[in-house]
Design a protein around this ligand. Structure first.
Ligand code: ADP
Ligand code: ZN
Length: 449
């Protein structure tokens, strides 16, 4: 069996750089000849002569110079730019060259639409297949895709990657946990793709870690992504489903899933740098941050010809972990996404990310896999309150009141030590909090704006 799906996986740093240069030139040519949109042409070539730009890129013989030139030529693209150009004002080809359209799920406002040519779908599928391969998926695997289909790229995007790799692919979609489990068993599924919030829910439905090998004899890999989750969640999912979990990353603006994934070492997400240029910036100043500092991820598509997006401010917060790996791949590794800059909430002057709260909560074995965060204005004190409702596993909920009070206090203190605000903890019965089929909504801000 091959060591890789695509030779690009094992490119040296120099090969990656040369590919980036070549592909950026291709993209610039497309943008400069674009008869359908002036967006990038104006931004990049209004003040720069096209031929001179290409000559300068070709002359760069090291990464520092290339990136410096790239940044000097290309301004950031924001979500706002995409919204203003909705639905198709960033397209570069005749309408009839496109074969697919996806939208972002609109988690944070109006959606943005992305168009793909046949060739774009093929390159995307190969990136996705490559990602699955890097996580250990092989053509003889049976692959169940348990995320929603439709406009969300986690459906078709993952699906076509698994098919391209050669897996028998089951488009189960999201929800209906009983049927999901039946499919897993009837077809001896070995790999699943699932959102972390749904995986935690399925874990509850399966209940207990006994006899997993009898229940799902072949199940071994969980491809898990599309929303932030903590190491504690990973551990819980791995234990409850008997899989090794690989963090899979992408977004519709960058095609969808397939931007990057963890390899067998589970030590951060390799972003495929022959297909994307990766930068981390200070979200306030836009300055490039040194490796290891947390900032906003900025990505550039190098292979999508129908609708390139350059220096896109993803609003996802992460940091660069390293540029090599025991697996032998030189594609940069980033930290799991800590959240989006707009996930952060401020309470009593303290900035808090939901993932900080999840990390603490899921360390308590008494807590089941669902929780909800509510921000409220206290009418008596006029201060903001942070209320956290947590589901307690049945076996603990039946305990006496003193035990539950004690648990409540311990959770309160652990959180207060981490986030510096004392929350109000409500222990609720298992299965009593709302569940979502797509990305989980866990934070509800009830303060008047
Ligand atoms: P929307 O932006 O409307 O949610 P997408 O479906 O394109 O639409 O979602 C992309 C976003 O999902 C990313 O920008 C990121 O915030 C989140 N995401 C995707 N994969 C992961 C992951 N592995 N870990 C954390 N967050 C992720
Ligand atoms: Zn690796």
């Amino acid at each position: 069996m091959n060591k890789f799906y695509d030779a690009a996986e094992f490119f040296t740093a120099e090969e990656i750089l040369n590919t980036q240069k070549r592909r950026l030139i291709e993209i610039f040519e497309i943008l400069n000849n674009n008869k359908f949109s002036n967006f990038y042409k104006q931004r990049i070539f209004q003040h720069n002569n096209f031929d001179e730009v290409l000559a300068k890129i070709r002359k760069c013989d090291n990464k520092t110079d290339f990136y410096a030139l790239f940044r000097q030529l290309v301004p950031f693209t924001t979500k706002q730019d995409l919204r203003e150009n909705y639905p198709d004002k960033l397209c570069c080809c005749e309408k009839n060259n496109y074969v697919r359209m996806h939208c972002s799920s609109g988690t944070t406002g109006n959606p943005t639409a992305i168009f793909y040519t046949k060739q774009d779908l093929d390159t995307w599928s190969r990136l996705m297949a490559r990602s699955l391969f890097a996580a250990g998926v092989r053509p003889d695997d049976v692959f169940q895709n348990m995320s929603g289909y439709g406009l969300f790229t986690g459906g078709l995007g993952i699906h076509q990657g698994a098919e391209t790799l050669g897996c028998l692919t089951i488009p189960a979609g999201a929800g209906n946990s009983k049927r999901q489990i039946k499919l897993l068993q009837d077809f001896s599924v070995s790999v699943i793709h699932i959102l972390p919030s749904y995986a935690l829910h399925i874990a509850d439905v399966i209940g207990g870690e006994e006899n997993l090998k009898q229940k799902f004899p072949n199940l071994r890999i969980g491809i898990v992504g599309a929303e932030p989750y903590t190491e504690e969640s990973r551990n819980r999912i791995q234990k409850a489903l008997g899989v090794k979990v690989f963090n899979n990353f992408g977004m519709s603006e960058m095609n969808g899933p397939g931007v990057g994934i963890e390899c067998e070492h589970q030590n951060g997400i390799h972003i495929w740098e022959d297909a994307y240029i990766v930068e981390i910036i200070d979200p306030k100043t836009g300055e490039i941050l040194p490796d290891g500092e947390i900032g906003e991820l900025v990505l550039t598509t190098l292979t999508r010809k129908g609708m390139p997006i350059l220096r896109y401010r993803t609003r996802d917060l992460t940091k660069i972990l390293g540029r090599d790996c025991p697996c032998g791949r030189n594609h940069v590794r980033i930290e799991r996404i800590l959240g989006r800059s707009d996930d952060m909430f401020i309470i009593r002057g303290v900035n808090i990310f939901p993932m900080q709260i999840e990390t603490i909560l899921l360390n308590f074995p008494e807590i089941s896999n669902n929780y909800l965060i509510q921000l409220e204005k206290n009418p008596q004190t006029n201060l903001d309150d942070l209320r956290i409702k947590v589901e307690i596993k049945n076996e603990f909920f039946a305990e006496n009141v003193r035990h539950l009070r004690n648990l409540q206090k311990r959770i309160e203190t652990a959180l207060r030590d981490e986030i510096l605000v004392r929350p109000i903890i409500e222990l609720v019965q298992h299965n009593s909090l709302p569940k979502t089929e797509g990305k989980a909504k866990r934070v509800f801000d009830l303060r008047e704006k």
